[in-house]
Design a protein around this ligand. Structure first.
Ligand code: G6P
Length: 603
């Protein structure tokens, strides 16, 4: 979703801003803009569409100021347009603002300001911020007071940067329920909605908590929610630059597919050690507490929810405790039956997904213990949860999640083993599963080697309108993730179905040539899924089988055999490649699919 970059320093701000915006492109956006402080007045340049459009209209020679803010917008209030693009200003051009999040009471504030004689240019909620600041500024000519009063009036979520010619070397910063980091580099101070935008310049970051503010010139002053000055400690993030470079790959998604074995190794490092009980950094759950559990909830959105489903499969098999997996946007409004005897696990790659965070807050209110699984250090969800487990998959840039999914599956299975070891003590089954987990990266390399076969298969699918992915048990969960990957980046409609459910309706859609991708990784139910594939085959379907069993089919993708609990980690790889190559063959932008955002910070 929307991205923010800000810079105050010795160098030309515009270069830093444009580069930062480009690094944030993956978040998904539909317009972009910059504002640079130039000889005591602010120059704003913005445009609809890609950052390239913005670059084409930037007069770099006329923009050599050292203070600036920038934004990529993902439309919420008002269509994608030049007028609605950020930055926004008040009529007197005293305050120039970029904002992520949603000002929920903007209509009320806008009505009030219009009555007070102020004019608005856009349909956005954001524009009330500079106009309200101007309203307060006119009262007592104090910029910081105007900022404080404005923030006091805002309801909703925000990460806000403000520049003003009234104190021209400064950026005012505020954060509430929307991500924001500040980094101190050798040539200036950087602000961004996401670490990758500024990791090139520093590894030391300050993370604002909700309600905190900062005033930044040649130094950073931090303030708490009451605007009292506070001290904050920076934290070091050891991401290497090549983690956010394409490193010779055509796309981030392809690079990230290739990174999966290494990511999984990183994820499991120190957690899974052969024949040793599983351990997590910073917390442990005792046997008495686990014995009191009546149920477990796993709550997430999108791909993370699909990883949660594998968690359900693993936990129910090993623990015999009911595990519910639910989409966060449903959980939060459904008054779920959750209490102190419920353990709630929230999975979010970004740690910023609005629905998942709200669901977590609700579970906490209901008295449940909460665990966050996130890939992003210090992300919002990690501050809300009782305990956090990091996936350590490294930065994921492509919108379609690949390596983060693998790491989420790895960690949730490790967590299931942890619960099992704590409740029943290590045993030969869990020890064997640990061995298998540690062996997985090598098996993943084997699956990746067959990239060319997946590419050839993808070529046959580019003109297809509908596709089905089917499986049973864990294979159905793999089908769901495979189908989502294809939809996200190739724009081909596909559905995942439990194999046995096809005949209750969807089989009516099977026609000559309809592609059906069957997944079979569990020998116990192989025959059942195979029969379902025969049913669609006899109605003309074109079958592709992904399996670790010895089954004869015309189009088979063979993957190594492993415990069905772990098979998603291997079986998803061909499906990721297929989605990738279908999109490539259709000449689509795989890393930045239309309408999607990497982290969805609105509900
Ligand atoms: C968006 C992304 C998906 C992701 C989902 C949940 O829809 O496009 O790839 O799975 O959000 O994101 P999270 O950061 O919470 O895992």
């Amino acid at each position: 979703m929307c991205g923010i970059v800000g810079y105050v320093g010795k160098k030309r701000a515009i270069d830093k801003l444009v580069l930062g915006l480009k690094t944030l492109e993956y978040r998904g956006y539909d317009s972009a803009g910059v504002a640079v402080m130039q000889d005591n007045h602010v120059i704003v340049v913005k445009d609809k569409g890609r950052i390239n459009n913005l670059e084409a209209i930037l007069d770099y020679d006329a923009l050599n100021g050292n203070v600036g803010i920038a934004h990529t917008r993902w439309a919420t209030h008002g269509i994608p347009s030049l007028k609605n693009a950020h930055p926004h200003e008040d009529q007197n051009k005293h305050f120039t603002v970029v904002h992520n999040g949603i000002i929920e009471n903007y209509m009320e504030l806008k009505d009030f300001l219009i009555k007070e004689g102020f004019k608005f240019e856009s349909q956005t909620d954001t524009e009330v911020i500079p106009v309200l600041m101007e309203y307060y500024y006119q009262k007592d000519k104090d910029v910081v007071k105007a900022f404080k009063h404005t923030l006091d009036d805002l309801k909703g979520s925000y990460a806000i940067l403000v520049i003003t010619p009234l104190i021209s070397n400064t950026i005012l910063v505020a954060k509430k329920n929307s991500p924001l980091v500040i980094g101190e580099g050798s040539d200036g101070i950087y602000i961004a909605s996401d670490i990758p935008a500024i990791i090139k310049y520093t590894k030391d970051f300050y993370f604002l908590s909700d309600g905190e503010k900062a005033i930044i010139d040649d130094k950073i002053r931090f303030y708490d929610e009451h605007f009292e000055e506070i001290k904050k400690q920076s934290k070091t993030i050891n991401w290497e630059m090549d983690a956010i470079d394409k490193n010779g790959f055509k796309d981030y998604m392809l690079k990230e597919i290739y990174e999966q074995p290494a990511s999984l190794k990183n994820t499991l490092n120190g957690i899974i050690v052969n024949n040793k009980p599983v351990q997590f950094v910073g917390f442990s759950l005792n046997k008495k507490y686990l014995e009191s559990l009546k149920q477990i909830y796993i709550v997430a959105c999108g791909t993370a929810m699909h990883a949660g489903l594998v968690g359900k499969y693993a936990m129910e098999k090993m623990l015999r405790i009911p595990v519910n997996v639910e989409v966060a946007s449903e959980f939060r409004y459904r008054d779920p039956i959750v209490d102190k005897n419920t353990l709630c696990i929230f999975i979010s790659q970004s740690g910023e997904t609005a629905d998942t965070i709200a669901a977590l807050k609700l579970a906490k209110e209901k008295g449940a213990k909460t665990i966050a699984i996130s890939n992003v250090f210090e992300s919002s969800i990690t501050r809300e949860a009782d305990h956090t487990i990091y996936t350590h998959a490294g930065p994921e840039i492509a919108v379609a999640s690949t390596k983060a999914y693998i790491s989420q599956v790895g960690i949730i299975v490790a967590f299931a083993i942890y619960l099992c070891d704590t409740l029943f003590g290590s045993n030969k089954d869990t020890n064997y599963l640990k061995e298998e987990l540690l062996h997985l990266p090598d098996l993943m390399e084997e699956v990746i080697k067959n990239e060319d076969n997946y590419h050839e298969l993808a070529k046959k699918m580019i003109n297809v309108h509908d596709l089905f992915y089917i499986g049973r048990g864990c294979d159905y969960y793999i089908a769901m993730e495979g189908s989502l990957k294809l939809k996200e980046i190739s724009y081909i409609h596909s559905e995942a179905y439990p194999a046995g459910e096809l005949k209750h309706g969807p089989i009516a859609l099977i026609d000559k040539g309809t592609f059906v991708l069957g997944i079979i990784t569990d020998s116990k139910i192989a025959d059942k899924t195979l029969s379902n594939l025969e049913e669609v085959k006899s109605r003309g379907a074109n079958i592709v089988l992904i399996t670790n069993q010895n089954i004869r089919e015309e189009q088979v993708i063979s993957i190594p055999d492993i415990n069905p609990i772990l098979s998603p980690i291997l079986a998803i790889i061909p499906l990721q490649f297929i989605a990738y190559y279908v999109a490539k063959e259709k000449d689509l932008d795989v890393d930045k699919p239309r309408n999607l955002a990497k982290s969805v910070t609105v509900e």
